[in-house]
Write a protein that binds this ligand. Structure first.
Ligand code: NAP
Ligand code: MG
Length: 404
């Protein structure tokens, strides 16, 4: 089958790089003739190219509108030694996000025999996490003794400064300064509206505007204005709704919902809630992740890392039972989007078959070790090694394709 548009492929590191190759070889290349712009984001190559490969990959995604990314190492001191790096290169995801100006959306992959921790959840709950600012770009001071903590803003054009007392300290304590920008919040809002419309799901946004009457209220106001101005009509046409509710209320409601919603959250809330959701749905390998830019470019990836510990076993010649589901869904997500862009329903159809084959394999009881721990016990359950699992999906996929 010919895929007419170009896919930007970002290869990665360690165990995910090993699985990436297997997924391509066994599940994609036997069926698809793809035009691929390939970028090797493996750590060695990022080092060799002074990380320009990451920037070039981001520019290619901007050009073609669509990328699919393997997990990559974000180097730390240990990795500098391990890979003999010239520098502690920044997180590739951070670089891509900064260039594409994106928001990250995460969704669980649902299978019948791994029930969510919350009984009422029938459909996926998607999370849209604002990935800029707040406590992640904070400044903090450890206050040593009595004194005044202040918030000061000095305009660049020389106008008068604004100054507010945060606290008159009578003894030791702590101080923190955080910020966000209207531009970034607006881009976040646009990405959420784009994603909700694309997935045809309701959009909830929640924060704590009753307490944070300027900061959190600014988010609420920007979402509201953007909705009224650019999205209300298309949401109404699609039968989906947007609403804001206080974060406490949202958390309480989420426990009673059926799912089938996009929950937009500020940076910290999104960080915490996506981990809660991941674990409630069973495994990090059962979460999809996509970066959506406000101008409608998409980068599909897995929500987990390079599964380092499994890779070291693999290097030792041991077989691992690592779960490739999130990588498979990164490819199927990208293929579906490609098919949508190119108006080629046969490509979308193939991607759906691939997803169904993967889900049905797990539902038949054939699964990797991470899932066996959380699956409903059954005599059919059988833990398989990574490659056996991909082979089982390949067999199921072939059957589906042959049926046509
Ligand atoms: P990780 O790769 O997500 O793995 C953490 C643990 O989660 C694994 O040891 C494994 O648990 C389990 N796990 C994750 N994915 C799995 C899968 N597909 N199948 C089975 N089990 C899975 O996180 P990490 O080991 O902390 O980080 C390794 C590297 O990944 C780091 O260098 C980090 O920079 C990078 N990273 C990259 C991304 C990204 O590119 N998106 C995201 C996060 C981290 P058990 O060992 O108990 O089996
Ligand atoms: Mg987290």
């Amino acid at each position: 089958m010919h895929v007419s548009g170009t896919l930007v492929e970002l290869d990665g590191d360690e165990m995910t790089r090993v699985m990436w190759q297997l997924v391509k070889e066994k599940l994609l290349l036997p069926y698809l003739d793809m035009k691929i712009e390939y970028f090797n984001l493996g750590l060695k190559n990022r080092d060799k190219t002074n990380d320009s490969v990451t920037r070039l990959a981001a520019e290619a995604i901007q050009k073609y509108g669509l990328g699919v990314k393997c997990a990559t190492i974000t180097p730390n001191k240990d990795r500098i030694k391990e890979y003999n790096l010239s520098k502690e290169w920044p997180s590739p995801n951070g670089t891509l996000r900064a260039i594409l100006d994106g928001t990250i959306f995460r969704s669980p992959i649902l299978v019948r025999n791994v029930p969510p921790g919350v009984k009422t959840w029938k459909k996926p709950i998607h999370i849209g996490r604002h990935a800029y600012g707040d406590v992640y770009k904070n400044q903090e001071i450890r206050v040593q003794g009595p004194g005044k903590g202040e918030l000061v803003y000095t305009p660049k054009d020389g106008g008068p400064s604004t100054r507010q007392t945060i606290h008159e300290f009578k003894g030791p304590g702590i101080l923190q300064g955080i910020h966000n920008t209207d531009d970034s919040i607006l881009n976040f809002a646009k990405a959420c509206f784009t994603y909700a419309l694309d997935q045809k799901v309701d959009l909830w946004f929640s924060d704590k505007d009753t307490i944070s009457k300027t900061y959190d209220s600014r988010f609420v106001q920007i979402f509201k204005e953007e909705y009224e101005k650019n999205w209300k009509t298309s949401f109404e046409k699609s039968g989906i709704i947007y609403f804001f509710t206080l974060i406490d209320d949202a958390v309480a409601r989420i426990m009673r919902t059926e799912g089938g919603i996009l929950w937009a959250l500020k940076n910290y809330d999104g960080d915490v809630m996506s981990d809660m959701l991941g674990s409630a749905y069973g495994s990090l390998a059962m979460m999809t992740s996509v970066l959506v830019s406000p101008t409608g470019q998409f980068e599909y990836e897995a929500a987990h890392g390079t599964v380092q510990k499994h890779y070291y076993k693999h290097l030792n010649g041991e077989r691992t039972s690592t779960n490739p589901m999130a990588l498979i869904f990164a490819w199927s997500g990208a293929l579906k989007k490609r098919g949508e862009f190119d108006k080629t329903p046969e490509v979308i159809n193939f991607a759906n078959k691939l997803e169904t084959a993967a889900i049905e394999t797990v539902e038949s009881g054939v699964m990797t070790g991470d899932l066996l721990k959380v699956a409903v016990p059954s005599p059919n359950n059988k833990m398989v090694y990574t490659e056996e699992f991909i082979d089982a999906i390949a067999t199921a996929l072939k059957r589906k394709v042959d049926q046509d």
